[in-house]
Design a protein around this ligand. Structure first.
Ligand SMILES: [Zn+2]
Length: 443
C-alpha cells in the first residue's frame, strides 16, 4: 500500500487530537449495522441447522459500558469439546470509507464464502462454532500494548468524527476513523481475547482443542504502541498476546505474521521481550519499509524477532521453504505456550496492494502446517487474526480454505487458483533470503 498511498508521514505518538485536527475531512458515515452488544448473562442458541453461541440477555448494554472490564463468556464444555473451529466475526460496518481498500465489505465477503462453501455452523453443526456476542476489550487490555494517551485521545476524537462524518487519524495508510471506529476497534480486539479465552478453556478439556479465527477489522499489526498506522487502529494480536500472558499465565507466545506487509506495530511492541517471538514474512521493500532481515530484537529480546523479507514474485515455493526451514524450526526451538497468527491474505497473487504470488493453496498449506505445529508444541492452542487482504474473491476463498485446513479436510484451491496468473518465482533470491535468515538465527 505504500506505493499506492505515497510517502510515509510521521506518527505523532500520544498526540492524536492535534494530529486529527490537521487532516482534512471528507467521506461519509455508514451506519453501524451490527447489533448492539449484550454483556449480561448468556444464552445458548441451538437448533437443527445452526449452532452458535451468544451471551444475549434481556438487558441490552451498549459498548460504551465497557470501562469496568469484561465478564467471562464461559462456553459450555460440551460445545467446546466438540468444536473444531471457533470464530468471531466483527465486520466493523460503521468503520468505512468509500473506495478505501480496507472496507466494510471484507468480513461479509468472507462470511458469505464460508456460507456458500458450507463451512458455517448451519452446515457443520457443532464442528464449527461462531461466538456471536463477544465483549469489547477493556481499556486496560488495550493499554498493555498502547499508551493511555492514544486510547483516550482516540475516544475523544469520536465526537469530532461524529460531527464531520469521517476524519483521518494517520497519513500513511491513510488510516481513517468514523464515529464508530473506537468502539468497533475495541470490539475487534475483544473478539481476539474471547477466542484466546475459549481456546485455552478447550485445551483443558482434551488434547485437540478447536482453532480460533478472529474475522475482525480494522486490522491491527501496523498499529504502533503510540498510535494508529497503515489502516490499523489497535494491535488486535498484540493485545491478545499480552492478555494470554496476563490472564492465562501463558508465558511464551509465538506470533507468526504472513501478511504481505511487515507487522511493524507488533514488532515494536515486543522488540525487547524475550517471551514473545515475533516472526514475519513479508515482501521486501513493501509498506512500511521496516522488517529488515537484520532486525532481530534488542536487549533481552535479541533473537526473538525474526524478519524474513521475500523478493517480489515469491509465492508458494518460497513459503513452503520458509515454513520448513525457518518457521517450524524457530517455533520448535522457542517452545511457545500458544501460537497467534497475523493472517493477512494480501500476499495472494491477485491482491491489488502488493507483488507476491501466494495462492489459495499457499494459505491452505500455511494453515495446515501451523495447525500441525500448534498440536506438536502447545496443545493446539492457536488463534488466527485477520489482517490484510483486499481482493474480496481471493481473500474469501483463501480464508475458506484456511477453515478447511483447520478441519483437516482437503483443499479446494484447485477450484480457485488459475496457474495462468502465476509467473516463475525468483528462486535464487528466495534461497539467498532464507539462507541469510537461517545463518542469522542459527536455524
Ligand atoms: Zn498487509
Amino acid at each position: 500500500m505504500g506505493q499506492l498511498w505515497g510517502p510515509s508521514l510521521p506518527i505523532l505518538g500520544g498526540r492524536i487530537l492535534p494530529m486529527l485536527q490537521r487532516y482534512c475531512v471528507f467521506g461519509s458515515y455508514h451506519p453501524l449495522t451490527r447489533r448492539r452488544l449484550h454483556i449480561n448473562g448468556k444464552q445458548q442458541k441451538l437448533n437443527r441447522h445452526w449452532i452458535a453461541y451468544s451471551s444475549a440477555s434481556d438487558n441490552e448494554t451498549s459498548t460504551s459500558d465497557i470501562h469496568g472490564g469484561r465478564k467471562d463468556l464461559d462456553l459450555p464444555d460440551s460445545l467446546l469439546h466438540d468444536a473444531r473451529i471457533l470464530y468471531c466475526a466483527s465486520p466493523a460496518m460503521g468503520h468505512n470509507k468509500e473506495s478505501h481498500p480496507e472496507s466494510n465489505k471484507r468480513v461479509p465477503a468472507i462470511v458469505d464464502a464460508l456460507e456458500k462453501l458450507e463451512l458455517t455452523p448451519k452446515h457443520r453443526g457443532s464442528q464449527v462454532l461462531e461466538i456471536q456476542s463477544f465483549h469489547p476489550s477493556s481499556h486496560d487490555d488495550v493499554a498493555r500494548v498502547h499508551s493511555r494517551s492514544y486510547i483516550t485521545g482516540l475516544e475523544k476524537a469520536m465526537s469530532r468524527a461524529s460531527d464531520e462524518g469521517l476524519i483521518f487519524i494517520e497519513g500513511t495508510g491513510p488510516t481513517y476513523a468514523t464515529q464508530t471506529t473506537f468502539q468497533e476497534s475495541l470490539l475487534s480486539a475483544g473478539a481476539g481475547i474471547t477466542l484466546v479465552d475459549s481456546v485455552v478453556a478447550a485445551s483443558k478439556l482434551g488434547p485437540n482443542p478447536p482453532l480460533g479465527f478472529a474475522l475482525v477489522r480494522p486490522p491491527g499489526h501496523h498499529a504502533v504502541p503510540e498510535g494508529p498506522m497503515g489502516f490499523c487502529v489497535f494491535g488486535n494480536i498484540a493485545v491478545a498476546a499480552r492478555y494470554a500472558q496476563h490472564q492465562h499465565g501463558l508465558k511464551r507466545v509465538m506470533i507468526i505474521d504472513f501478511d504481505v506487509h511487515h507487522g511493524n506495530g507488533t514488532c515494536d511492541a515486543f522488540y525487547d521481550d524475550p517471551d514473545i517471538f515475533f516472526l514475519s514474512t513479508h515482501q521486501l521493500g513493501s509498506y512500511p519499509g521496516t522488517g529488515k532481515i537484520h532486525q532481530v530484537g534488542q536487549g533481552n529480546g535479541e533473537g526473538t524477532t525474526l524478519n524474513l523479507p521475500l523478493p517480489g514474485g515469491a509465492g508458494d515455493y518460497a513459503m513452503r521453504c520458509a515454513f520448513d526451514e525457518i518457521i517450524a524450526p524457530a517455533a520448535q526451538r522457542f517452545k511457545p505456550d500458544i501460537i497467534l497468527v497475523s493472517a493477512g491474505y494480501d500476499a495472494h497473487a491477485l491482491d491489488p496492494l502488493a507483488g507476491l504470488q501466494f495462492t489459495t493453496g499457499t494459505f491452505y498449506m500455511l494453515a495446515a502446517s501451523i495447525r500441525q505445529l500448534a498440536a506438536e508444541l502447545c496443545g493446539s492452542r492457536c488463534v488466527f487474526f485477520l489482517e490484510g487482504g483486499y481482493n474480496l474473491q481471493s481473500l474469501s476463498s483463501s480464508v475458506a480454505d484456511t477453515f478447511r485446513a483447520f478441519l483437516g479436510e482437503p483443499s479446494l484451491a484447485a477450484q480457485f487458483d488459475d496457474p495462468a496468473m502465476l509467473y516463475e518465482e525468483p528462486a535464487r533470491k528466495i534461497r539467498d533470503a532464507i539462507d541469510k535468515a537461517r545463518v542469522l538465527h542459527s536455524l
